[in-house]
Design a protein around this ligand. Structure first.
Ligand SMILES: Cc1cc2nc3c(=O)[nH]c(=O)nc-3n(C[C@H](O)[C@H](O)[C@H](O)COP(=O)(O)OP(=O)(O)OC[C@H]3O[C@@H](n4cnc5c(N)ncnc54)[C@H](O)[C@@H]3O)c2cc1C
Length: 250
């Protein structure tokens, strides 16, 4: 988002807002943990930090926001950052009603605590998957991150487990497999890592990362729409990009 805001600030002058110079807009990114993108590998986090600081974005790490006023934000260390526009993006939390679901164990993010089989800790007949589930990730001594790839993997496992339960067979454990992550920094860059059995972990950046990002998006579209509609979508996207404005102002 910081990279996109930076990009938007540069596009504003193209819309006649020439009194606003990019240098007039200062972007601060305030992060409570000691590194950016704390859920991702450290190399990815460092590369993203370098890109953002290279764009002139002020990144404050280990700073927790304790107060937001009309004039700006105050951090726990007492620093006050004046800001006309504030964007709050402080993480994923499941909806409050999950906390009050009768009899199920939940954690502080309101996620339903499940065992390795994806069955809830309290009731074998209730499964929870995806963002709303807190499933152990023993290799990291943590819980499986709320990501699209984990939700997809859990869906496949729960399908098998429900079938096995109906056939009175033992339940299978779910093990999270991280296939890697990609971070898009607007038009400036894409940074990521790919994890495979043969190659191990590979860091990718720039054009290659961008191409992997775009091909992944196309693969998702193919899974949902099929090849004909994806062909048409790609063609219409090609023309739309030439006609639509570079920035959405609403
Ligand atoms: C802006 C954004 C960017 C993201 N980018 C990435 C990314 O790049 N890579 C990645 O791996 N993950 C990404 N994620 C996370 C990813 O989208 C989620 O981890 C994934 O969608 C979780 O799948 P899910 O099926 O558990 O939940 P969802 O996809 O959230 O599906 C839950 C569905 O339940 C519906 N619902 C909620 N309450 C009720 C109710 N009471 N009754 C009926 N229906 C209900 C909701 O409307 C929703 O459709 C991103 C998330 C966000 C918000």
């Amino acid at each position: 988002m910081s990279a996109q805001l930076h990009q938007a600030a540069r596009l504003l002058s193209a819309y006649g807002l020439d009194k606003v110079q990019p240098s007039d807009i200062k972007i601060h990114l305030i992060e409570a943990s000691p590194s950016l993108l704390p859920g991702l590998p450290e190399r990815l986090s460092r590369a993203t930090l370098n890109q953002l600081t290279g764009l002139g974005i002020e990144v404050l790490l280990g700073e927790r926001v304790v107060e937001v006023t009309a004039a700006g934000m105050r951090t726990h260390a007492g620093q006050f950052i004046p800001a006309a526009l504030k964007v709050w993006a402080a993480g994923v939390k499941a909806p409050d009603f999950l906390k009050t679901i009768e009899g199920l164990e939940t954690n502080r993010f309101n996620q339903i605590v499940v065992r390795q089989t994806l069955q809830t800790t309290v009731d074998n007949d209730i499964y929870a998957i995806g963002d709303c589930a807190a499933c152990p990730w023993p290799e990291r001594n943590s819980t499986v991150p709320p990501r699209a790839q984990s939700a997809h993997q859990m869906a496949s496992r729960v399908f098998k487990n429900i079938r096995r339960r109906l056939e009175a067979k033992p339940q299978l454990d779910y093990r999270y497999r991280d296939y890697g992550s990609l971070v898009s920094l607007g038009k400036y860059s894409t940074i990521g890592n790919l994890m495979g059995n043969l190659l191990g972990t590979v860091m990718i950046e720039g054009l290659i990362a961008r191409l992997v990002y775009l091909s992944l998006y196309k693969m998702h579209q193919l899974a949902i729409f099929g090849p004909v509609r994806v062909g048409l979508l790609t063609l219409s996207g090609f023309f739309r990009r030439r006609l639509q404005p570079k920035i959405k102002l609403h």
